[in-house]
Design a protein. Structure first.
Length: 336
């Protein structure tokens, strides 16, 4: 049986606005990732994907606040730790983060080698400069990155190369969990493929033990991750294998996401793009029942008042809906 690397139990985090209003962007989220596996998180803008990524690092700073739940990485509970402790002992080693717009994360006045020194010395202050240099060279060679990039400034690198360098710097200490927040969104198709290939290679070589890949492009995850989890309005609404989630989604929202995007494997002639009507709810005052009810054409009266928990249907498949799987599949079949 594979070892569980990351376990999240009922994690809840919120933003506090300048008017002292609470916005619960991550609401009782639970998930597990096994060693050697990757999990994709998909959903439209504002659903809580990036907030979940920040929350999973256990490093909170206003306006984001930890409320409750547990984050356990390789047996270590990092939830509720002092931010300084998290920065010194967790970030970069237990969990590494590649932010959105990572290409802009490099200080243009410093060479790439300086960033690597900073990361390593922050956790291992006894390391010698030559030792760090040798370590960086070896890692760049293993990732097929030109070693001369170590002595260059960010402005001297192409967009795709900067993204790959950021990934190399972030994972230089071989973290247990890598969280990649839309790492390929600002790149052209060719550079996207190179970045995705690099991330896969890092998993295969054991430089990272597990990965979370966040994007709004659900089909992209089919080629990157083992499992996919769909978020809506701060909650998880469905989880399954990448193949199941792309080709046989259960939740109406997951199906709506797929219907709004062309999937090359499905062909394009017979498929029409359809938009999900309406807008997500205001998380300052979320609905009592299903948060997707107002936008769901399959909603029944109880959906607006009854909150349904995640339902485990076996084989790692889970969904959150008041309708049975059988009913939903019958309805979908009648529409196709």
């Amino acid at each position: 049986m594979a070892k569980t690397i990351l376990e999240v139990r009922e994690l809840t985090t919120k933003y506090v606005t300048r008017f002292h209003e609470d916005v619960y962007a991550v609401d009782h989220v639970s998930l597990q990732i096994e060693e050697g596996k990757s999990l994709g998180i998909a959903g439209e803008s504002g659903c809580g994907k990036s907030t979940l990524a920040l929350s999973l690092m256990g490093y909170y700073f206003p306006p984001l606040h930890y409320m409750s739940g547990e984050i356990i990485i390789d047996g270590k509970n990092i939830s509720g730790l002092d931010p300084d402790v998290v920065r010194r002992t967790v970030l970069g080693k237990d969990v590494a983060y590649i932010p959105q717009a990572a290409m802009n994360a490099l200080n243009p006045t410093r060479k790439i080698s300086a960033f690597i020194e900073d990361v390593i010395l922050a956790h291992e202050p006894g390391r010698k400069r030559k030792e760090i240099r040798d370590m960086a060279r070896k890692r760049f060679e293993e990732l097929h990155l030109p070693q001369e990039a170590l002595d260059r400034y960010a402005v001297e690198l192409s967009g795709g190369m900067k993204q790959r360098v950021v990934i190399a710097v972030s994972t230089i200490l071989s973290p247990t969990v890598l969280i990649a927040d839309e790492p390929s969104s600002a790149l052209d198709v060719t550079s996207q493929k190179v970045v995705i290939k690099m991330l896969r290679e890092m998993m295969e070589k054991g430089f990272i033990k597990s990965m979370i890949f966040i994007t709004h492009e659900l089909p992209l995850l089919y080629n990157v991750t083992d499992d996919i989890m769909v978020m809506y309005a701060g909650q998880i609404v469905e989880r399954g294998s990448a193949k199941e989630m792309v080709f046989d989604p259960i939740h109406p929202y997951s199906r709506g996401l797929m219907k709004s995007i062309l999937v090359p494997e499905d062909g394009t002639r017979a498929n029409k793009l359809t938009a999900i009507p309406g807008t997500p709810p205001n998380l300052k005052n979320p609905p009592r029942g299903c948060r997707f009810a107002e936008r769901c054409k399959y909603a029944k009266p109880s959906c607006e008042t009854v909150s349904v928990p995640m339902i485990d249907i076996g084989g790692g498949r889970m969904y959150r809906c008041g309708h049975s799987v059988k009913h939903l599949k019958e309805v979908y079949a009648s529409e196709d």
